[in-house]
Design a protein around this ligand. Structure first.
Ligand code: GLY
Length: 252
């Protein structure tokens, strides 16, 4: 069970963030509205929410998941793999310090929280353009102190591991059909996302619900068929900036 979440409001500079999506410029007012709906969904899932102020110096900072890896027992302050995001992690330290025992990814390691997927007692660490082997090894060492297993998985042609792979619980895994390391994940019940619905691979299980991005009916039905209650949210403005449901919060 998750009890808490941290989100950060999008800044007016949001449209200047990093993106490869080619879906056009996001509408800031609509992004704020979608963020509010996201916060309400987290509350509906039973989470106590901390809403952090926007950071105009960091256009991508609403994607707060990338700044840390958190559990109920400890937090790991990440070290963003894109230099344009370096510094965001400093802003989350003061928020997490009173709540969790903290550890830090250090040079030459870099690691984005979006590359880290927890499935029960194991962390899957995506090796991507944002997370390197040094960062992965450091995280492995930290989580093993708390008796978690960890395994590194290569990520190709996707921004983050969780852009394409997300654990729902009960051994069910949503997976992008072209994910390059499918065999490393074959112990899971893989729900392969239909072509054209790839964005919905980043659906988010929180307690009794799975939050699904709006507009992906096949994925929504597949998740419902597994017996989950769902909440649909329009994430159009975040999709334009290469961000998804999981990136918008830290949950623990
Ligand atoms: N725009 C999100 C990221 O590139 O990290």
């Amino acid at each position: 069970m998750f009890t808490k979440a941290i989100v950060r409001k999008p800044a007016e500079t949001f449209a200047n963030g990093i993106t490869t999506a080619k879906l056009g410029k996001p509408d800031y007012k609509l992004a704020l509205k979608q963020h509010e709906a996201y916060c309400n969904a987290l509350i509906k899932c039973g989470l106590e929410l901390t809403v952090l102020d926007a950071l105009p110096a960091f256009p991508d900072s609403c994607f707060v998941e990338d700044t840390a890896v958190v559990t109920k027992d400890f937090g790991v302050i990440a070290r963003p793999g894109d230099p344009r995001r370096l510094g965001e992690e400093q802003e989350i330290i003061k928020v997490l310090e009173p709540l969790l025992q903290l550890h830090y990814i250090k040079e030459p390691g870099f690691l984005d929280g979006g590359d880290i997927m927890q499935a029960d007692d194991r962390f899957y660490i995506g090796l991507s353009t944002r997370t390197n082997l040094a960062g992965s090894k450091q995280l492995h060492k930290i989580v093993s102190q708390y008796n978690y297993e960890s395994i590194s998985i290569p990520v190709c042609n996707l921004l983050h591991f969780k852009t394409g792979v997300n654990y729902l619980g009960e051994n069910n895994l949503l997976i992008h059909r072209d994910f390059c390391s499918k065999d490393d994940l074959k112990s899971f019940n893989q729900i392969v996302i239909e072509r054209g619905e790839e964005y919905a691979a980043n659906s988010l299980r929180i307690n009794d619900y799975v939050i699904v991005p709006k507009g992906f009916p096949k994925t929504l039905n597949a998740i419902k068929k597994l017996g989950y209650k769902t909440i649909e949210l329009n994430l159009s403005e975040y999709q334009k900036m290469d961000g998804g449901l999981s990136c918008l919060s830290l949950r623990f």
